[in-house]
Ligand binder design. Structure first.
Ligand code: URA
Length: 246
């Protein structure tokens, strides 16, 4: 349930303030009744809302996979005027926002949506959504160090949960490792790699749950199909049930 003026604003009818005036002037009906009280809560999915006799359309839910380039802030605005996610979504009329964040100096997959329920589920630690990264690290970690990452390393905010870790490329002075983690702590991958003595020089997120950035170039995005949204939601509900049984 949401406040009526919020629903009207989200539907693009008016600003929140103008919506309040419309309500107070008796121009809004909910399920056939004129509503003039500002705090009235409605269910946008099931209530029938008319403004000046016209049915309001709920904002369509849209979800995108975005390939965030380096040096873009994962938020809606930046006081320092650096590039932010909405700069890439100007022609999308729905107010979509990034789910979680990638560091300014991390590139890769970021989900961008206006589906609040999906965003909450993806961010909630209980759902343990898998995130896969490829980190280029300084030096070449030996098997012992990789095993440490797998089992968990002590960071200042505690031991990290078990991770999948695979060496994918060794060069003279650096290496690429693939890490799959379920947690989402601040700068987690960077801190994990630093803890084993191999600081990250470059970091890219390549997968989130069952979604990958394959086929996208930096700065590009694509909308999820309804089938993809469905299977993502199904996967999330499966994670929850599995965790409840633990
Ligand atoms: N881990 C990091 O260190 N940085 C990110 O942006 C994401 C995960």
């Amino acid at each position: 349930m949401e406040r009526l003026q919020k629903i009207l604003a989200q539907a693009g009818i008016a600003s929140r303030r103008q919506a309040e005036v419309l309500i107070q002037e008796g121009k809004v009906q909910v399920n056939g009744q004129v509503v003039t009280e500002l705090g009235t809560k409605v269910d946008p999915d099931s209530d029938h809302i008319l403004v000046k006799g016209k049915l309001i359309q709920k904002e369509q839910k849209r979800t995108f996979i975005f390939y965030k380039p380096l040096y873009v802030i994962s938020s809606m605005s930046d006081p320092q005027k650096r590039k932010v996610v909405p700069d890439f979504f100007r022609h999308i009329k729905e107010r979509v926002y990034p789910v979680g964040r990638l560091d300014y100096d991390t590139e890769g997959l970021l989900l961008v949506t206006n589906d609040g329920e999906l965003a909450n589920h993806l961010l909630h630690p209980r759902f343990e959504v898998e995130k896969q990264y490829i980190a280029t690290v300084k030096g070449i970690p030996d098997e012992n160090s990789l095993e440490q990452l797998r089992k968990g390393v002590y960071l200042e905010d505690g031991l990290t949960a078990p991770a999948e870790v695979k060496m994918i490329q060794k060069k003279d002075e650096d290496a690429k490792i693939k890490l799959t983690i379920h947690e989402g702590r601040n700068r987690q991958v960077r801190r994990m790699c630093k803890a084993i003595g191999h600081p990250v020089m470059h970091l890219i997120r390549t997968r989130l749950a069952n979604l990958t950035i394959k086929g996208l170039k930096r700065g590009e995005f694509r909308e999820l199909t309804s089938q993809e949204v469905k299977s993502l939601k199904k996967l999330l509900s499966g994670e929850r049930n599995r965790n409840r049984q633990k």
